[in-house]
Design a binder for this molecule. Sequence first.
Ligand code: ARG
Length: 262
Amino acid sequence: MKKLLALSLTIVMMTMLCACGAKETAGDVTETGASAALADGVLTVGTNAEFPPFEYVGDDGQPDGFDMALVKAIGEKLGVEVKIENMEFASLVTSIGSKIDIAAAGMTVTEERKQTVDFSNSYYEAVQYVILPADSAIATAADLEGKTIGVQLGTTGDFIATDIAGTTVAPYNKAVDAVNDLINGKVDCVIIDKNPALVFESKFEGQVVAIDGVQFDFEIENYAIALPKGDAELATKINEAIDAIKADGTFDELVKTYIEAE
Ligand code: ARG
């Protein structure tokens, strides 16, 4: 019996050794240039498809939008398949390296996020906008004090609203729900990025207006793809792919199709 046990243990150990060997072989791919995130030929991209025109659920039920088209173009340049994982915005940063390889979600580069993730070169400039009921008297930064402000949970709009004196911040997972509550009178305004604000303004035409946050002293923000911390090789590849997409005109095409068409 003991012998049998010893034998099966040996077999188990040998199998494990073989498995390690196989892994090492797969690891060799890394030496030829692929980062861990690219080694299996699938780049899993996290997003939150509640942020038109950058990401939204299309008529076919799949995430679509500028960022989705951008990461698919990046995947083509890198020769990998792109798989999209739609999740809550607030979960994206912490899911990088486990559930997802990278995140493309109109994500603003912030010092705080940089503690956890790296960012690609920035690909789009934005600013927060204030969405108001058509008849609202809110017009300046001071007018926002003490107000109830709808935001998307975990976004820069959320952080800005929280920093304004005396506000009650109402966080939503879906931006459109915040806008619906604005129309229902449950919140006084919604703070959200420029392009989604403009999409909602035209979607709810006559009911809401979108005001440029510069009027409220909000700062310019830059969108980038969030990457696993310390994977310099992946960062270089993604940045090279973005550069190539810009150089060959694809980027401008996507801006025209997804952003300027709105
Ligand atoms: N730019 C803002 C931020 O980084 C909002 C992004 C929201 N994106 C989304 N896909 N829901 O916090």
